[in-house]
Design a protein around this ligand. Structure first.
Ligand code: DX5
Ligand code: ZN
Length: 221
């Protein structure tokens, strides 16, 4: 589906200056803004919720890519839609009714994504391919930034790329993405790369721009 999208994860930003950090990655060339929502239940960490997303929404016009690591998820979809999410991604493992959650996201007028944890096989999305706009392959166990990329997921990315075929579905990777593995994930079929610690390394918008550009260049070659 076209060119590479780079989606910095604001989980790695300075939360005390979150609005300025979002503005900085916008200026630095981020395509999408990746928002990691964690509930301390589905994943062993708590991050931020819809009110924080709503607060930072006015700081950029870029696409808000909201990754929900929460269970249950259905009761909160409307709040994230109203907060300004453009893409809402739920986990296949978050509950027994993935198809219903995806229908609910589209009914709210948003793009629907499904994410798979490292141990979940690609077959989990076999019967929802016509309900989704994005597949997010976790390349770490969700919950924390700064973890190491799991090489085991390259084969899953390749298999999902084949399952997608010519459907207009983006294939996103998230976790441990750096300028050193961006080429491998892109070669496997990923077209949308999340990166947290690899983007927010350094302390200026110029550092962020260089980090984003290095990942983009690696993915595009
Ligand atoms: C992990 C999150 C990721 C994470 C990425 O649960 O979904 O988006 O913040 O951070 P890095 O790039 O540091 O692995
Ligand atoms: Zn994420």
């Amino acid at each position: 589906t076209g060119e590479i999208v780079i989606a910095p994860s604001i989980l790695a930003a300075d939360f005390a200056r979150l609005g300025q950090e979002v503005a900085a990655i916008d200026t630095a060339g981020a395509d999408w803004i990746h928002c990691d929502v964690m509930d301390g239940h589905f994943v062993p960490n708590i991050s931020f919720g819809a009110d924080v997303i709503k607060a930072i929404r006015p700081t950029t016009k870029k696409i808000f890519d909201v990754h929900l690591m929460i269970a249950p998820v259905d009761p909160y979809l409307e709040a994230f839609a109203k907060a300004g999410a453009d893409v809402i991604t739920v986990h296949a493992e978050a509950g027994p009714h993935l198809d219903r959650s995806l229908q609910a996201i589209r009914a709210l007028g948003k793009k629907a994504g499904v994410s798979l944890c490292p141990a979940t096989p690609e077959s989990a999305i076999a019967y929802v391919l016509d309900r989704i706009d994005l597949v997010l392959v976790m390349t770490v166990n969700p919950g924390f930034g700064g973890q190491s990329f799991l090489e085991s997921q390259l084969e899953k990315i390749e298999r999902i790329k084949a399952m997608i075929g010519d459907r207009p579905i983006r294939l996103e990777v998230d976790g441990g993405i750096t300028r050193d593995n961006a080429a491998a994930v892109a070669a496997a079929g990923a077209d949308t790369l999340v990166a947290g610690s690899a983007v927010f390394r350094g302390n200026s918008a110029a550092d962020y721009a260089a980090n984003i550009q290095a990942i983009r260049t690696a993915a595009e070659t």
